[in-house]
Design a protein around this ligand. Structure first.
Ligand SMILES: [Zn+2]
Length: 197
């Protein structure tokens, strides 16, 4: 996805959250959806460049290991209700934190620039191999989060009414997208050993 598309999607999400219950206007993302279809959307949501050391939940969230050895999360595009994207990113934190700290130790104990470069290359290789495993974990947590949110706020007759019908529709679409991501990542998920002692 281009950075422009990123920014555009971010704006759409932010505006939608700010608008709250929504209005008669069709959701701007529906135009995109109609244009490229489910598979296109899923491709965009899974987009990640090979050299990028971060785990991205499409444009919705990110978890990244700093060279100080801490995994930080950033969630610019939480769903219209709940904290399921944050929960997704928190799984990456849990999966990456130990090796991220060791990566930082590798950098700190490297004798020179070349040594630090080797640490970085080992980290990138580790991240590439860990991707299916940690995305499988993260999407399963997001799936559970969305499922209980949909049941609680959109299905049960006693729902609080805090989540608008418009938002329920979007949550349902996100649930479908997440299901696709589970079928993509989980069959290939293998826990990868951390390359640092
Ligand atoms: Zn993720």
């Amino acid at each position: 996805m281009t950075s422009k598309a990123h920014a555009e999607k971010g704006k759409v999400v932010a505006r939608d959250v700010a608008r709250g219950s929504g209005g008669p206007r069709p959701h701007p993302a529906l135009g995109l959806h109609n244009a490229i279809g489910n598979r296109g959307i899923n491709r965009l949501m899974g987009a990640r460049t090979r050299r990028d050391p971060d785990y991205r939940r499409g444009y919705l969230g990110i978890a990244t290991c700093s060279e100080q050895g801490v995994v930080n999360t950033y969630v610019p595009g939480e769903h219209c209700a709940g904290d399921c994207v944050q929960q997704h990113e928190n799984v990456h934190v849990a999966d990456m934190s130990l090796c991220c700290a060791r990566y930082s130790s590798c950098l700190n104990s490297a004798p020179d620039v070349g040594g630090r470069q080797q640490c970085r290359e080992s980290w990138l290789d580790y991240m590439n191999h860990l991707e299916d495993y940690t995305e499988c974990n993260a999407y399963q947590t997001e799936f559970d989060c969305l499922t209980s949110l949909l049941i609680r706020e959109c299905t049960l007759p006693g729902a609080s009414g805090a989540v608008s019908p418009d938002c329920c529709k979007k949550l349902d679409q996100e649930h479908a997208n997440v299901t696709t991501m589970i079928t993509r990542h989980c069959p290939k998920a293998v826990p990868w050993p951390c390359p640092f002692p």
